[in-house]
Ligand binder design. Structure first.
Ligand SMILES: [Fe+2]
Length: 258
């Protein structure tokens, strides 16, 4: 199984007076062309949130008009800059996604690894959080298939990213621990795929591994990258190694991104 992960596209609209970064749309268009031209295409694209910068329906229309050209399904997790209802209205037909008790949490089945989109949105701030309702929904999904290798994809990392200026992006350690305790109770979870940090990071947790992907747009990514990646949108390819029950990740650049 091969997954392409993108994140933090923070799209508005090209003709919106508030649009500060129309090149982000061009970066996403270049990514779509790039994926469609690959000899070995990923099974799916997952977007780990902040699809738009503000969640207006017309912003998702902009995204829709780009990703509709993708030749593989694309799935979305909610970021702090997204509005779930508008996201699902515009984009669910490309992959899936439904809102349960107000939270965008759903599974993607039928692949060697089951994927679950987790909602880490915080109504009070831009950092992540969780709650008993969400943990209950996730626990229920995980109990459905305890023997199927599973990966979660979500916006906010519930762990510290020490290379960041703002390393801890979860409400507090108690809630992060509650989340991670649930993860460690379900041994089928192989990996947590996160966004939000706009930078690459990987860490081994108690019972699984976890990572953050650099943002796709050139203008808002953070961290150090090889010179040949200058000016190119970035994404990650995650290849499932069934023998090791883990993902092997490759950082990839998109040519002709602007
Ligand atoms: Fe974010």
């Amino acid at each position: 199984m091969l997954i392409a992960q993108i994140s933090d596209t923070h799209i508005t609209t090209l003709d919106d007076a508030d649009a500060k970064f129309p090149e982000r749309v061009k970066n996403l268009e270049a990514f779509v062309r790039h994926i469609n031209a690959l000899d070995e295409k990923p099974d799916l694209v997952m977007h780990t949130g902040d699809v738009t910068h503000g969640g207006k329906p017309e912003y998702y229309e902009t995204v829709k008009n780009v990703v509709k050209h993708l030749s593989v399904p694309v799935y979305f997790a909610r970021g702090n800059r997204d509005i779930s209802e508008n996201l699902v209205d515009a984009l669910k037909d490309f992959g899936g996604g439904n809102i349960v008790d107000g939270f965008l949490i759903y599974s993607i089945d039928g692949f060697p690894v089951r994927l679950i989109a987790m909602d880490t949105h915080n109504r009070e701030s831009n950092i992540g959080t969780t709650c008993s309702v969400r943990l209950g929904i996730l626990d229920g999904l995980l109990k459905e298939q305890p023997d199927t290798p599973t990966a979660l994809f979500m916006h906010h990392p519930p762990f510290e990213v020490p290379t960041s200026k703002y390393p801890f992006q979860f409400d507090d350690q108690v809630l992060a621990d509650a989340f991670l305790d649930l993860v460690s109770e379900h041994k089928q979870i192989a990996h947590l795929f996160c966004g939000h940090m706009h930078r690459h990071f990987k860490v081994d947790l108690e019972t699984c591994s976890a990572s953050c992907v650099p943002s796709l747009p050139v203008d808002n990514r953070l961290g150090e990258f090889a010179d040949e990646m200058d000016g190119k949108p970035l994404y990650q390819l995650h290849r499932w190694n069934a023998k090791n029950k883990s993902f092997e990740t490759e950082l990839c650049a998109v040519d002709g991104g602007n």
